[in-house]
Structure formats: structure tokens, C-alpha cells
Write a protein that binds this ligand. Structure first.
Ligand SMILES: [Zn+2]
Ligand SMILES: [Zn+2]
Length: 293
């Protein structure tokens, strides 16, 4: 870009740039960005400007293609999440964290192998970030960064789901590292808002799920500790004749229905399908009410 006085402005971190001067160049309006990587440049500019302003960062410029917007944000998450992975290496050793867990309720299998397997948490983290990088840079699915096929955009959800577990593991098992990273990058907050606001196919978090411990986990690489596998989860309000109204996560599983307390993810009830007489629309059915018997 040519400045008014004719000096060419290069937005580059040259070798030898001091940390304090990193990325310190003036903002450029989106309309004036000219490369094929404008969306990435714009997102990075917004982050650099104020990492705390998640709403601003996630707001696309006018008439921005939605698929490209999702894709570029996910690329940026993975890029920055490598910073957390590097920090985790100091503490998350294979002997200590032998499996990828968040709460003790689920063990996540690593999908980077021909048959998904139980990798130690740090390996799961590396393998998942490598797998995400391979997919996001794949010429087959993402040959262009200007327009992306819907069938390729649909692949982003499973990346989100797996990557989110890295936050959960760090939060539950390496809290000091998580906090230190999060307080400077706001990455988990941004990622969570992204999933809620922008949305990614086949991965959803409810708006009450900011903290990783409130995340609703789902997906085929999970081993349920009990004999049931959750298929779909919904945040619901339970109307109890005895206890009044309260929030529950309602899961439809392979063997039955389970409810969880959304604040600590503890199981509050589980009924096998053989115990059901039926499910009918409730008295307030147009507000989504359902009665189970
Ligand atoms: Zn660990
Ligand atoms: Zn693995």
C-alpha cells in the first residue's frame, strides 16, 4: 500500500523485529485490503487491536461470505491454540494425563488414527491440532480462501468439537496454564462466542456454556462411562410438581434418556427406554413443552 507521502507501507514482521514492535502497523480499512487473504488479515487486525472485544472480532464486514468467515476464524483459533499446546507441554505429561479427559465422565478418543484410540492428553492435543491443520489446508476441501463449498463448510463442526476439548482439558487439569493463557488471549471466550453466535454444523454449545465445565460434549469419539451413549443434548427447563422449575441438560441416548445438572454435569436422572410409556406434547406445547410418562 502507498502512503500519501509516497512511502510504501509493508505490513510484515521482519527478522529481528522486537516483541514490542510485533504487528505494530496502522490499521487498514477492510475495503482497502487487496490480497486474497483479506479475511485473515482483517480478523488478525481486529484481534491485535483489542483481543477482549470478542463481539467486534466476530462481527463480519458487510456482505462477507459466511462460509469463508467461519473457515478463517477456525484457522485463526487453531493457529492460536498452538500457543496453549506449547504451554501445556510443560505440565501435561503422558505419564500424568494418560487419557484425554475433561471431567471424569468422558474419555475422548483421538480421531487422528485409522481407528480412533486413547492417546494421552498431550498427544491428543498435538494430533488434533495437526489433523485440523491438515484439513484446513487441504487442497481437496479448501482449494480457495475466497469461496468455499457448503460440503466443506460442513466439515468445520467436527474440528470445533475436537478442538474445544483442549480447552476443557486445560481448564480442568492445568488451570493455572489455562488462566494465564486465557487472560491474555481471550481465546476460549472468543471460541465459545463463535460457536454460539456464528455456529458450526454438528457442534452446538448452549449460551449458558461459556465455561468448559458447562460444555455439552457430543460426538462419536466419546466413551460413556456407563452403558449409554448420548446422541443429542438440549438445555431444558424441568417442571417438577415437587421442586418447581429448574434447568437440566436433557440427553437422548442410545440406551435411554439422561438428565444432567448443567452447573456441574452430574447425572441427575437416567431412564432406559423400556421404562417409558410415551412422550406427548405438553400443555404449553407451542413453547416446546413435552411431557414424558
Ligand atoms: Zn494434561
Ligand atoms: Zn492420537
Amino acid at each position: 500500500m502507498k502512503m500519501a507521502d509516497g512511502v510504501t507501507m509493508l505490513r510484515r514482521n521482519r527478522p529481528g523485529t522486537k516483541a514490542a514492535d510485533f504487528c505494530r502497523w496502522p490499521d487498514q480499512p477492510f475495503e482497502e485490503m487487496e490480497s486474497t487473504l483479506v479475511v485473515q488479515q482483517y480478523i488478525q487486525q481486529q484481534i491485535c487491536h483489542d483481543p477482549m472485544n470478542v463481539t467486534q472480532i466476530l462481527t463480519p464486514p458487510e456482505s462477507q461470505d459466511e462460509g469463508v468467515w467461519k473457515y478463517e476464524h477456525l484457522r485463526q483459533f487453531c493457529l492460536e491454540l498452538n500457543g496453549l499446546a506449547v504451554r501445556l507441554q510443560a505440565e501435561c505429561h503422558p505419564e500424568a494425563c494418560t487419557q484425554m479427559t475433561a471431567t471424569e465422565q468422558w474419555i475422548f478418543l483421538c480421531a487422528a488414527h485409522k481407528t480412533p484410540k486413547e492417546c494421552p492428553a498431550i498427544d491428543y492435543t498435538r494430533h488434533t491440532l495437526d489433523g485440523a491443520a491438515c484439513l484446513l489446508n487441504s487442497n481437496k476441501y479448501f482449494p480457495s480462501r475466497v469461496s468455499i463449498k457448503d460440503s466443506s463448510v460442513a466439515k468445520l463442526g467436527s474440528v470445533c468439537r475436537r478442538v474445544y476439548r483442549i480447552f476443557s482439558h486445560a481448564y480442568f487439569h492445568h488451570r493455572a496454564i489455562f488462566d494465564e493463557f486465557e487472560n491474555t488471549t481471550y481465546l476460549c471466550r472468543r471460541f465459545t462466542s463463535f460457536v454460539i453466535k456464528v455456529g458450526c454444523a454438528d457442534f452446538t454449545l448452549n449460551s449458558s456454556c461459556f465455561r468448559p465445565d458447562r460444555a455439552i460434549h457430543g460426538g462419536s469419539e466419546m466413551i460413556p462411562v456407563k452403558d449409554n451413549e448420548d446422541e443429542s443434548c438440549f438445555l431444558v427447563t424441568k417442571h417438577s410438581p415437587w421442586r418447581g422449575k429448574y434447568k437440566r441438560i436433557f440427553s437422548i441416548g442410545t440406551a435411554g434418556v439422561t438428565t444432567y445438572n448443567p452447573t456441574n454435569m452430574e447425572i441427575t436422572n437416567r431412564w432406559p427406554y423400556s421404562d417409558f410409556m410415551g412422550a406427548l406434547p405438553g400443555p404449553n406445547a407451542n413453547h416446546g413443552q413435552v411431557s414424558l410418562a
